[in-house]
Design a protein around this ligand. Structure first.
Ligand SMILES: Nc1ncnc2c1ncn2[C@@H]1O[C@H](COP(=O)(O)OP(=O)(O)OP(=O)(O)O)[C@@H](O)[C@H]1O
Ligand SMILES: [Mg+2]
Length: 251
């Protein structure tokens, strides 16, 4: 019998998929049971310690589930070429709106308590979308969603302002369509800009302070852009915010 031969990248892809699959069931038990127990909080009269512990376990479980979702998405993008992927004409504006809403829900802070003396400050995450209504792109819908979602999620995540203003612009340049995501958050130092597309790379310092995640979002975005024969560029500096622009050629 002929032995099945796997390339290193096929083995990696299988390992990634197996890891996320094996973790999913125990994690859904952890989050499911803690949620059910938290729903009983008034009836059961838990001690403050037990209630806090349940909440913490539930939140960490949720966080881990999101990390696994990202790992799975990354794997789908890595294997897209060999598995084949469909392209269709996608109208950009509604898709950007949906991605922004999802990113705000997942990453946006809800500032329910204003810091003392800042009660009248405008707070929250505001995404302005500047894109012609009928601008469309021939692409794979799931991948375009992932790409825009990851960029908006980063614009929210690496931003410690109370009022987070993000601008997403879709433009038809004749030979290509660009989508740019602008934020006024932490920004990235030049020597880090060179590294942020490396798999698992995260700028880890006091300034950004938030290292939730894998360092997989941007490598995934870059791969998606490459799969569509496009390009990505970054303009950023520490303290000034960032502009990430993806360009997709018009076929
Ligand atoms: N808009 C941004 N502003 C400031 N820093 C950013 C921005 N986008 C990315 N970075 C930096 O680049 C690093 C890599 O980004 P990437 O999206 O790949 O990883 P992540 O967001 O840390 O984790 P993941 O996307 O896997 O959840 C981030 O950790 C962050 O330091
Ligand atoms: Mg990210």
């Amino acid at each position: 019998m002929e032995k099945e031969k796997n390339t290193a990248s096929e083995i990696n892809a299988k390992a990634l998929s197996l890891i996320s699959h094996k973790f999913k069931t125990p994690l859904s038990i952890i989050t499911g049971y803690t949620e059910a127990m938290l729903a009983q909080v008034t009836k059961e009269k838990y001690s403050p310690f037990t209630a806090k512990a349940l909440e913490e376990i539930n939140q960490q479980g949720d966080q881990l589930s999101k990390l696994l979702d990202k790992l799975e998405a990354f794997n789908r993008v890595l294997t897209a070429q060999q598995n084949g992927f469909q392209k269709q004409e996608i109208t950009l504006k509604p898709l950007i709106k949906e991605c922004a809403a999802k990113a705000i829900e997942q990453e946006g802070d809800v500032f329910s308590v204003s810091p003392v003396g800042m009660e009248n400050t405008k707070k929250g995450t505001f995404v302005e979308i500047d894109c012609p209504d009928h601008l469309s792109l021939h692409c794979n819908e799931e991948m375009l969603r992932l790409c825009i979602h990851e960029l908006i999620a980063n614009a929210i995540k690496f931003n410690n302002k109370l009022e987070k203003n993000i601008k997403v612009q879709g433009t038809n340049h004749g030979d290509c369509i660009s989508i740019s995501i602008r934020d006024y958050g932490t920004g990235i130092r030049p020597h880090d800009v060179d590294r942020i597309f490396e798999t698992f790379y995260q700028v880890d310092d006091d300034f950004t302070g938030q290292i939730n995640g894998w360092g997989l979002g941007l490598p995934m975005v870059q791969r998606i852009v490459e799969l569509h024969n496009g390009s990505i560029s970054v303009v950023s500096d520490r303290g000034l915010g960032s502009i990430f622009t993806v360009n997709f050629p018009i076929l």
